[in-house]
Design a binder for this molecule. Structure first.
Ligand SMILES: NC(=O)c1ccc[n+]([C@@H]2O[C@H](COP(=O)([O-])OP(=O)(O)OC[C@H]3O[C@@H](n4cnc5c(N)ncnc54)[C@H](OP(=O)(O)O)[C@@H]3O)[C@@H](O)[C@H]2O)c1
Length: 297
């Protein structure tokens, strides 16, 4: 049994892809509704089917837990889990950005905590509908020492989903690569209310992208993740913006639907890291504050 905490788009994608009856959603503390979750799943190849997922009961003993909440919710979610989950059960964190993963790993260093980063895309156009919008790859790697021996077992279990999964020993390095792309695209799409490709010709983007890349490259060099060249970072960001030109970023989508964004774990993570190292990050700070204002407004 694989327990999934966070019955949103990502959690439902894994529940729908893993063999039926092998997954269960973890209820929120105090949640009393135990009727199974039913939803309509539109697969990436266009086929559709109904999916039913039960809720984990006290009698269940999961072999693995996937945390598929947003980054801002993951530590609190694991806090509730840690009350009853055996200390040897692997926990896989699926959050975007950086900061939330390290917070969980530092809080529970003796548990097998792993992180995942994925290019799968899923969304919920309605509460009972899940669309697998794009297939991709998922990399999983250990964050804590005890997780090192669980990595291949976790990958074997999740491979039953049919999704493409790879082991990644330097998962933080891979999360950094994704962070660069998200930091250079997402806040601009949210502030400009535009599709990914449209940022490239916008004045806001053109005025700030070099400063943003210099701040990130400087930090990466300082923490030993370099050498990073600001021009290379800009090229990578622009290649992805062109390759996903018609996409609506998750940050823009969150703003449009009135949800809290993950800015605090993307550009906001860069700002906090800069503060801790006494390195100024004015462009990332400005973007973080403006997106925070946008979503709180
Ligand atoms: N969707 C994608 O295509 C995709 C791709 C790559 C990465 N990611 C990353 O994956 C993570 C999840 O994204 P998502 O799109 O699945 O978000 P989402 O649709 O908002 O799902 C998150 C779910 O977690 C639930 N939740 C929050 N706190 C909880 C708790 N304490 N106990 C139980 N459930 C809790 C939320 O419930 P409520 O709705 O009731 O708050 C929501 O259903 C994010 O970090 C995202 O950046 C997503």
């Amino acid at each position: 049994m694989i327990a999934i905490l966070g019955a949103g788009a990502m959690g439902r994608l894994w529940a729908a892809s893993l063999p039926a009856h092998e997954t269960a959603f973890v209820p929120r503390p105090g949640q009393t509704n135990t009727a199974p979750a039913h939803f309509h799943f539109q697969e990436a190849d266009g086929h559709s089917r109904q999916v039913t997922v039960s809720w984990l009961s006290a009698a269940d003993s999961p072999a693995l837990v996937l945390i598929t909440t947003k980054a801002g919710d993951s530590t609190e979610a694991v806090e509730h889990l840690a009350d009853w989950l055996p200390a040897t059960t692997p926990i896989v964190l699926f959050q975007n950005g950086l900061g939330s993963q390290q917070a969980v790993a530092e809080r529970w260093p003796d548990r097998p905590v792993l992180a995942a980063t994925t290019t799968e895309g899923a969304n919920r156009p309605a509460p009972d509908q899940l669309v697998h919008a794009g297939t991709g790859d998922t990399w999983i790697g250990p964050l804590t020492k005890p997780a090192e021996q669980n990595l291949y077992g976790v990958i074997a279990r999740l491979s039953a989903s049919g999704l493409s999964i790879h082991a990644e020993q330097d998962i933080l390095g891979r999360l950094w690569q994704k962070l660069i792309i998200n930091a250079g695209i997402n806040p601009f799409t949210a502030l400009l209310n535009c599709r990914n490709g449209d940022i490239l010709s916008a004045d806001l983007y053109r005025a700030h992208i070099d400063g943003l890349c210099q701040e990130i490259a400087g930090l990466m060099d300082t923490i030993g993740r370099g050498p990073a060249d600001a021009k290379d970072l800009r090229q990578s960001i622009e290649a992805v913006a062109r390759g996903t030109a018609q996409n609506i970023s998750s940050m823009r989508s969150d703003v449009l639907s009135g949800k809290r964004t993950e800015i605090d774990y993307i550009n906001g993570y860069i700002v906090r890291l800069g503060q801790s190292l006494n390195i100024a990050t004015p462009v990332n700070r400005m973007l973080t504050e403006q997106v925070q204002q946008l979503s709180s407004g």
